[in-house]
Design a protein. Structure first.
Lengths: 173, 173, 173, 173
DNA sequence: AATGAATGAGGGTTCATTCAT
DNA sequence: AATGAATGAACCCTCATTCAT
């Protein structure tokens, strides 16, 4: 990965996240990256290739977040970590996560598969804690954190910390 | 509102919801509506005008759903109705709701304001039921609404009815 | 000529003179005239027909100006009247004359033929006054008044009255 | 300035001069230049940019003509050169001059400022020759220049050389 | 006579992509 | 690896014109 390649990815990430995929032209990306337009196609084939590169490059980050939670042996701690996930996101990665949500809707890219291990781990935790419907409880938690993340990324005025406190109380954490 | 005007709105709704706003060309809309492209501009001024027309036309539907809930005097019943809202959406209006979510991300159109009356009504209900943090509880419900609607529209395999049952139990409804 | 027909002609005259023929759309004309766009075509066939109507309608005015000069028996008086022509134009007819000049260049509509009687009369006057090259003198006068008119219509800061005085002195009028 | 850039300018000059600015589509320009339409916008930004490029490119030519006259120390010679200016225009530059006149009317682009140095030089010459109203005399010469150029460009059958002889006699040159 | 919905062709412009250098 | 000239298709939109009412 050359220096210019990274510049391109960074620029594309910023613009895709801010304006959306279709609304961002390759020429804007090239300009922001300080690179000739042709170079984008030399390195990434086409605009979709550029998008894929961003997604793959960032999929690691999701995995990192999830792995840390999934490996937690204590069920209560695991649920707690899940709930706190939204506030543990690096400020630097903000654009990346925003892009994830944007793409989920703009291009119907589904990132649910990547969450499956987390879903299973959560279900397992609820099972250990003898909840009646561990699978559903896991889904509900994921619904909540998706909602919270989404609110944060859109800059809504939801008080995220209070919300997390409330959830922790509900799950007796 | 002439017949062709409605055809255009319908076509645009379908395409915007399926492909997104930027990815849908006015010529595609015209073709699907069986209408000349120019007519779109005669009636709606420009592509944004077309979008606004769809949104305004559909804002009524949201109001209908919300009003019915907000008017409910019994707090428990109000919360119950809210939780069940996602399954009460007309199959016909599916595209409209999908469009709402897509736009929220693609164009950062915020539909939160429209939900505020519901938020207040919910907070009030929780207050009557003497919940500790009625405002936060209301927000949490809305988070769930957003999450579950989003799941449904994206065609996730989450069992919505089971989820509703779970929540009803949680809120002792 | 109905009232609406006149409204259309008036509007077209104003807009063609201000913006030019090609830059003025029939819809703008209809709007300014307070008339449906279709009516223009009902009455004038097409956009060119509208233009022709304006030109024919106004050709009379040129004739009126010229006839008054051509009929003058006294050669000195005839030349004097010619030179003073530009300042004798009605303020109301300003748009019409501006349009004439605009069209001469935009569409290469030639109005020289209409000036031929004046040219002949001038040549004749100079002949009577025993100028050496009466034809050329006539052409030169016409060149001058075309230049002066053009300056006036374009709103140049040329002092037209002084210029006319100068010309009168040169021709000992 | 690449080869294709020049081709575009040349084609645009020809077409703008022949048909006018608004009546000439960028696609016609591209076709005549043997170039893709998009290239026009890559190089000149938009249609107006193309026009500006032509005007700037040609402003040099006007300057060349004028400078030669303005620098003339002998007042009689200066006036003589001015009067002969219209016939000293290169046949090649014909389209450029025609465009100047067309634009003056179609777009109300004013090229008077460019003539100001010439006006001052002429006024000065007439002052040296002790004419009564040197400023006005200068303006009159410019009026003649404009009129005769206009006649030539429109293909009138006026004998320009005879007219020049007449004027030279009038100014005793 | 008059409207305004409707059209199809074309307007200027942007786009993703290719290619010679 | 990198540039930037060049392309052709598509974009949104406006135009002159027609037609049913």
């Amino acid at each position: 990965m050359t220096e210019k390649q990274e510049k391109i990815l960074q620029a594309a990430l910023i613009l895709f996240a801010k304006e959306g995929f279709h609304a961002t032209s390759t020429s804007k990306v090239a300009k922001l990256a300080g690179v000739s337009e042709g170079l984008i196609f030399r390195h990434f084939g086409n605009k979709d290739g550029l998008l894929q590169a961003i997604l793959e490059f960032g999929a690691e980050k999701l995995k990192d977040l999830v792995v840390d939670i999934v490996m937690e042996p204590d069920p209560k701690e695991l649920i707690k970590k899940t709930i706190q996930m939204p506030v543990n996101v690096d400020k630097e990665d903000f654009d990346f996560w925003k892009l994830q949500f944007k793409l989920k809707w703009e291009l119907e890219v589904n990132s649910d598969k990547k969450m499956e291990p987390l879903h299973m781990a959560l279900a397992n935790a609820f099972r250990k804690l003898e909840y009646e419907s561990p699978e559903l409880e896991a889904s509900l938690i994921l619904l909540y954190i998706e909602g919270i993340s989404s609110s944060m990324l859109k800059g809504s005025n939801l008080n995220v910390n209070d919300m997390i406190q409330l959830l922790m109380k509900k799950y007796e954490l």
